[in-house]
Design a protein around this ligand. Structure first.
Ligand SMILES: *Cc1c(COP(=O)(O)O)cnc(C)c1O
Length: 471
C-alpha cells in the first residue's frame, strides 16, 4: 500500500515511512493511494474474531509492506492485552436501538489508547529493524500526554519527554503521567502555561541542529496509523450487530475528526454504515459546516468536554480531499484559504456529499449536564464527551427502525469527575486497577519556560537512555 499527501506535493511513501513521517512534507496528510475493501464474504468471515485478531486482519492491507501477518497479530495482541475489559471494546445498551461502544478500558481511560498502544509498538519494531532511536517530545494540557507516555513507556528505541504546565493540569491527569517511572519517560513541569509548553515544543522542532541530533518525533493525531488502528472498533461493533447483512449508524463526539474519520474509512472499506452523527460542544464548527456549509473559525471556548475544545479539526482535511474527489490542488487551495481567511470555501457539490452521510449537532454545557443526568437516571454513568455523542444520536436516530445507533464512548466517567458529580451528585470511582493512583510515587522535573534549559534536559534524558540501552 502506498500513501499520497492530500496536498499532492509530497513524496509517495509506503506504510513504514508514512508511520515515521506523521505530517507530509507539503503540510498535507497522508491517505491511502487507493482504499482497500473487503467483500461481504470477507466481512462475514471476520465475525467472532477476538479483538486483536480482527484489528490485525483489518490493518493487513494497509501495512503489508511493513509487517508480516504474524508480527502484526503479535503487536495487536500485546497492544490490547493491558486493557481492563476482556472484550476490549464492549457494547452496552443505553436505550431502544441505542448502544455505547466503550472505548475507555485502556491504560489512560480514553479512546486514544486504541491507536497509541499499537503505534508505540509499531514504531519500536520499525526502529529496531533500522537500528535507530527517536525522541518524542510533546506538550499537554492533560489528556494526550498520558496516552503518549503509556504508548511509549519501556519501548527500547523510544525516549519520550512530555511538558505540562506546572500546577495547571488536574491531579488525575498529572498523576497519570508522573507516576510512570519507566526510565525512558521524562516529565517536565514547566513554570508557565500550556501555551508556553507548546511554544517550547515548536521551538525544539524549529531548532534544526537539535531536532536532527535528537531525531525528534511526535505522535500527533494526524498520523495515518492512528486513524487506521481505529477502524477496527467500528468494524467490531458493526459485525456484532449483523454487518455486512445489516446497516448500523455511529455517533461520535468529535474534536480533531480523527475518530469519526476511522468510521468513515470503515464504510469506505465496505461496511454498511447508514449515517455518521457528529457531536460537538459549544465549539461547533463541524455542526455549522454540516448545517449550512459554514466552515468558519471562531475563538476556542472552554467547555466541560475539553478534548473537543477545538476549532481546526486537523483530520478534516482527509475527508475534504475525498469530498473534493481527491483533487489535491483544490484541497490545498481550500486549506490555504482557511488558514488565511478563517473560512473554508467548500464547493456546494462537496458539501452535499458530506450531508448525505453526516449528521451533526452541538451541545452546550447545560445540555451536556442534562444528558449525563438522563443517562444516570437510566443506570448508565457517562463522561461529558460520551454524553454529547448520545445527545447527538438521540437527535438523529435513523427513520428505519431496524438500524441501531452506536455511540463511541470516548472516556471513562472517572476522568471527568467534576462534571459527572455536578450532573449526578456522585463522584465516579476510578477502576480498580487505577484506584491507588493518588498514592503512587511521582517523578517529574520542574523547569523554567526556557528553551536552552529544556533542550538540555531532553539531551541528557536521551543520552542516558541510549547509554543504558547499549549497556
Ligand atoms: C480526543 C478525544 C475526543 C475527540 O476525538 P477526535 O479524534 O479528536 O475527534 C473526544 N473525546 C475524548 C474523551 C477524547 O480524548
Amino acid at each position: 500500500m502506498r500513501y499520497v499527501s492530500t496536498r499532492g506535493q509530497a513524496p509517495i511513501l509506503g506504510f513504514e515511512d508514512t508511520l515515521l513521517a506523521g505530517l507530509a512534507a507539503d503540510g498535507g496528510l497522508y491517505v491511502p493511494e487507493a482504499w482497500p475493501s473487503f467483500s461481504p464474504a470477507d466481512w462475514r468471515a471476520m465475525r467472532g474474531l477476538p479483538y486483536p485478531e480482527l484489528t490485525a486482519r483489518i490493518l493487513q492491507p494497509f501495512v503489508a509492506d511493513a509487517f508480516d501477518q504474524a508480527t502484526l497479530t503479535r503487536l495487536c495482541r500485546e497492544a490490547y492485552a493491558g486493557f481492563g475489559h476482556p472484550a476490549v471494546a464492549p457494547l452496552v445498551q443505553l436505550d431502544h436501538r441505542l448502544f455505547a461502544l466503550e472505548l475507555f478500558h485502556g491504560p489512560t481511560l480514553a479512546f486514544k489508547d486504541f491507536a497509541l498502544q499499537l503505534l508505540g509498538r509499531m514504531f519500536d519494531d520499525v526502529l529496531t529493524r533500522r537500528g535507530s532511536r527517536i525522541t518524542i517530545v510533546g506538550a499537554t494540557s492533560g489528556d494526550t500526554g498520558s496516552a503518549a507516555i503509556e504508548a511509549c513507556r519501556d519501548r527500547a528505541n523510544i525516549d519520550i519527554v512530555i511538558l505540562h504546565p506546572k500546577g495547571r493540569t488536574s491531579p488525575i491527569q498529572r498523576r497519570q503521567m508522573t507516576s510512570v517511572l519507566s526510565h525512558n519517560v521524562g516529565n517536565v513541569a514547566v513554570e508557565g502555561t500550556f501555551d508556553d509548553c507548546q511554544d517550547l515544543v515548536k521551538a525544539m522542532f524549529a531548532d534544526v541542529a537539535f531536532r536532527d541530533a535528537m531525531r525528534l518525533s511526535a505522535v500527533n493525531s494526524i498520523n495515518w496509523a492512528r486513524v487506521a488502528a481505529q477502524i477496527a472498533y467500528y468494524a467490531h461493533a458493526a459485525l456484532t450487530f449483523g454487518a455486512p447483512d445489516r446497516q448500523v449508524a455511529f455517533a461520535v463526539p468529535t474534536g480533531n475528526f480523527g475518530n469519526v474519520l476511522a468510521a468513515w474509512a470503515a464504510r469506505r472499506m465496505g461496511l454498511p454504515i447508514h449515517s455518521l452523527i457528529l457531536g460537538a460542544n459549544r465549539n461547533d464548527i463541524l455542526a455549522r459546516f454540516i448545517a449550512a456549509n459554514d466552515m468558519s473559525m471562531r475563538a476556542v471556548e472552554p467547555s466541560l468536554s475539553p478534548s473537543m475544545d477545538i476549532q481546526v479539526s486537523s483530520n478534516f482535511e482527509r475527508l475534504l480531499f475525498e469530498l473534493m474527489e481527491r483533487d489535491a490542488a483544490a484541497t490545498s487551495a481550500a486549506m490555504a484559504r482557511f488558514r488565511a481567511e478563517g473560512r473554508m470555501p467548500v464547493p456546494d457539490a462537496a458539501w452535499r456529499r458530506a450531508t448525505s452521510l453526516f449528521r451533526a449537532s452541538a451541545c452546550d454545557d447545560d445540555a451536556t449536564i442534562a444528558e449525563i443526568a438522563r443517562l444516570d437516571a437510566d443506570g448508565y454513568l457517562a463522561d461529558p464527551h460520551t454524553a454529547i455523542g448520545v445527545a447527538a444520536a438521540r437527535a438523529h436516530m435513523p427513520a428505519d427502525p431496524d438500524i441501531p445507533v452506536i455511540v463511541a464512548a470516548t472516556a471513562h466517567p472517572a476522568k471527568f469527575p467534576d462534571a459527572v458529580e455536578r450532573a449526578t451528585g456522585r463522584r465516579p470511582a476510578l477502576p480498580a486497577r487505577l484506584a491507588d493512583l493518588e498514592t503512587r510515587p511521582e517523578r517529574f522535573t520542574e523547569l523554567p519556560a526556557d528553551l536552552a534549559t529544556v533542550e538540555d534536559f531532553v539531551r541528557r534524558h536521551a543520552l542516558r537512555n541510549a547509554a543504558r540501552n547499549i549497556a
